[in-house]
Write a new protein. Structure first.
Length: 312
């Protein structure tokens, strides 16, 4: 039994005429007659008295009409609610970002910004474990509307996103700072540049990590190359930070991620400003994504960046 058959029966019960009901339902009279017959077969009884003029309902038809009207109303209301949910979901933006930026920027800045302007966004939590290529593919294939990530010309993702399909806004500047655990007296355990006879233990990044090519180039080109012995590598800065705090070596972290630990003394700087690496934090969208909420979010974010009103 289909809902449209119920509406056919309701129209016939109201008009008491097959041709008028068929016209109202925008179907041919044979089609309407066939559907009414199917209803009667489904119910196992005659619903329409075809011998009367105008047509009339049988006692069973009167009972069925009350049920049909109720079922049709429930179906319409349910469809309406489902459409409302679909529309609400279609207006929500899907965000993807790294684990580090989720902790240090997304939750503190981007989410409050979206709430302030009543532009709902959902974070794809799986993205906090992604590497660069995952973000590019998700943005290109429409699996997310926005990507928040680090940017530096030496990063592979920067090259992949330098594509006419995408556009970006620079949300903030960031520094990669060399940090180390402190000793019992609050002094850095390790200090750059180190000695070639006693290289410093180094907590680095895997080859597919955002920071790896940036730090590799920086270390190679530094006027006084540091003497480092790689002890451990990780994809995410959060994991690098955990190893450094345990005293296993020094490494570079985004300053926002390290700030609280530096202020409370559980981490210290392993070198001065000459050992810091500037990077950017950018937000990307696919130009082909024409969702109205995305356009509105983008315009408001661009204005906030230009006026300096984005709260960090």
């Amino acid at each position: 039994m289909e809902v449209r058959w119920l509406d056919d029966f309701i129209a016939l019960a109201r008009t008491r005429h097959f041709s008028r009901a068929a016209e109202e339902r925008n179907v041919t009279q044979p089609t309407l007659s066939r559907r009414i017959k199917l209803l009667e077969e489904e119910m196992g009884t005659t619903l329409i008295d075809r011998n009367s003029l105008p047509l009339s309902l049988t006692p069973a038809g009167e009972v069925f009409l009350a049920g049909a009207e109720q079922m049709s109303r429930i179906a319409r209301e349910t469809r309406s609610r489902c459409n409302e949910i679909r529309e609400q979901q279609s207006n929500r933006l899907t965000f993807a970002t790294t684990q580090t930026l989720y902790i240090s920027l997304y939750h503190a800045v981007i989410l409050p910004f979206s709430e302030q302007h009543q532009l709902p966004i959902d974070l794809n939590l799986k993205s906090t474990s992604w590497v660069g290529a995952d973000f590019v593919n998700a943005l290109a294939q429409g699996e997310c509307d926005l990507v928040l990530c680090f940017w530096h010309p030496d990063m592979k993702i920067a090259q992949d996103l330098d594509d006419e399909r995408f556009e970006s806004l620079t949300v903030a500047s960031e520094l990669l700072v060399p940090v180390t655990a402190n000793d019992a007296e609050g002094r850095p355990l390790f200090t750059l540049p180190g000695d070639k006879h006693e290289p410093l233990p180094y907590i680095g990044y895997y080859e597919n990590a955002f920071m790896r090519p940036v730090l590799d180039r920086f270390i190679q080109q530094h006027p006084e190359p540091p003497q480092l012995l790689t002890m451990n590598e990780n994809v995410h800065s959060v994991s690098v930070k955990a190893m450094i705090k345990e005293g296993f070596g020094l490494g570079w972290l985004p300053q926002r991620l390290a700030q609280n630990s530096l202020e409370h003394g559980s981490l210290g700087l392993a070198g001065g400003p000459e050992w810091q690496v500037p990077v950017e934090i950018r937000i990307y969208r696919n130009r082909q994504n024409v969702q109205s909420t995305l356009k509105q979010f983008w315009v408001l974010l661009e204005q906030a960046i230009q006026t300096g009103s984005l709260a960090f």
